[in-house]
Write a protein that binds this ligand. Structure first.
Ligand code: NI
Length: 468
């Protein structure tokens, strides 16, 4: 009996080791794949207009899915570690879901997009607001938001409860303010669940982690279904700082307030507007063949500049469908595109799939972008292109600019190969073609000159989409 028992124990032990060993191997492989992926697709670090905040753009294209993630990089290691942890949790979660559903996913159909916005709260203090949108399979696209308040000087995150003076009375007052704001919106008003809002506000567990601050308001970002019916999407409720002031701690009352008045003194000058109406009239058709080059998802600090230099060399005008949040990061690039006489198009604020948003959210995506294009460049955006070519009817009705899709998709984001891009153009181009490219990839920028050269010898004239 004894030897058998002993053999059994040894076998069990061996078994455990074997499983452990296989598991470690599996982990290593996943890791290796992760690293490889990073290299083939690439991470870009770019400077932004915010001092001490760089912007990382991390793009991954695989057969089944596309990931694009934007996140900040600070001087502080502590801040970076936390942000990277958050970003990688999202990425891993998405890839796990993709792997679990692999056989149901059509090629290139799953996508994850993580974008962020930055708002200055006070000196060296920023609100970082992430929006995560993902689609894997089936009818449900997912959306989530996450807020970080960062003090760059101290290298610290700031808890919202350090800013909001958390007393029962203040929470009651906050409920009144939120309730009023919801009711001011004709879109949200009928969708609001007042009782849920009250519970949400008074719940001690709620530490307002999705509250952030701009230089003018306190903004509450609600999850879908949190306090409204689903049709409201993820409502964002802004309360002007002057109304919030009494609900803040003494320290922050002054910090936010002082900053606010400072900003107002500066006053946004209108001098940019004077330069308007400069778009040259190139509509005189020569009777020849015409083609419109279009560039999506920028501006990009290096590649967009490269592209407009080449366009200039060929006396070509193109249309740039910009993302509002990138115009915000790179205002001087957007201005340059406008000053060179290219057409400015709206490609939404942060590349959300408009068909998945509520009407209010969709309109906001478009209008905010129109506004920043106007205030940054002094020119109106005159065309609109929905991300993924998708809009729902409600949103479509409220967009004044014409929606412009494309006739030739160069698949530049997929091939990352200037020769492939040129080849697709050569095979498909004809009079009146609208060519889709992306000015965020350096391989796309490299393809522009060969394309222009080829089309020129073929007798094409380069025009904007509006001219076409
Ligand atoms: Ni796009």
């Amino acid at each position: 009996m004894r030897p058998t028992k002993l053999t059994n124990s040894i076998l069990i032990l061996l078994g455990i080791f074997l499983i452990g060993y296989l598991f470690m191997n599996l982990l290593q492989e996943t890791k290796a794949e992760g690293n490889k992926k990073g290299k083939t697709n690439g991470t870009l670090v770019e400077y932004s207009k915010y001092p001490e905040v760089d912007l990382i753009t991390d793009i991954t294209d695989k057969e089944k899915y596309h990931i694009s993630m934007h996140y900040p990089k600070f001087k502080s290691k502590k801040l970076n570690e936390e942000i990277e942890e958050y970003v990688s949790t999202i990425e891993k979660g998405f890839i796990t879901t993709v792997n679990e559903n692999k056989k149901y996913i059509k090629n290139h159909s799953a996508n994850l997009s993580l974008t962020m916005d930055i708002y200055t709260m006070a000196e060296n203090t920023y609100s970082i607001v992430f929006s995560e949108g993902s689609y894997v399979v089936g009818a449900n696209a997912q959306q989530k938001a996450k807020v970080y308040l960062v003090d760059i000087d101290k290298g610290n995150f700031i808890q919202q409860t350090k800013i909001f003076n958390d007393t029962k009375q203040n929470r009651e007052q906050l409920y009144t303010l939120l309730n009023e704001s919801f009711k001011e919106s004709s879109e949200y008003e009928p969708l609001l669940f007042e009782e849920s809002l009250k519970e949400w506000t008074m719940n001690k567990e709620n530490n307002f982690s999705n509250l952030y601050f701009t230089d003018k308001s306190a903004v509450f970002k609600f999850d879908k279904y949190e306090v409204t019916a689903g049709a409201a999407g993820m409502p964002e409720i802004s309360i002007p700082l002057e109304k919030m002031r009494d609900l803040l701690t003494d320290e922050w009352k002054d910090k936010l307030w002082i900053n606010n008045t400072k900003k107002d003194d500066k006053g946004d000058s209108n001098d940019k507007q004077i330069e308007k109406e400069e778009t040259p009239d190139r509509t005189s058709p020569t009777g020849g063949k015409r083609v419109a080059l279009t560039f999506d998802d920028g501006p990009h600090p290096k590649n967009t500049l490269k592209i407009i230099d080449i366009l200039d060399k060929y006396d070509a005008k193109a249309t740039f469908f910009m993302l509002g949040n990138r115009v915000n990061f790179y205002p001087e690039i957007a201005k340059k595109v406008a000053d060179e006489g290219h057409e400015l198009g709206n490609h939404t604020w942060d590349h959300k799939d408009l068909s998945t948003l509520s009407k209010e959210e969709g309109i906001q995506e478009v209008e905010q972008t129109n506004e920043i294009i106007k205030s940054t460049t002094g020119r109106e955006s005159t065309a609109f292109r929905p991300p993924y070519g998708a809009v729902n009817e409600q949103v479509q009705k409220s967009i004044s600019s014409p929606s412009v899709l494309w006739t030739i998709d160069t698949l530049d984001w997929q091939s990352h190969n200037p020769n492939e891009i040129l080849k697709i153009v050569k095979e498909n181009v004809k009079d009146g073609s609208i060519i889709l490219m992306h000015d965020i990839h350096d391989t796309s920028a490299q393809a522009v000159e060969p394309i222009l050269k080829y089309l020129k010898t073929e007798g094409y004239e380069f025009v904007t989409v509006s001219e076409l």
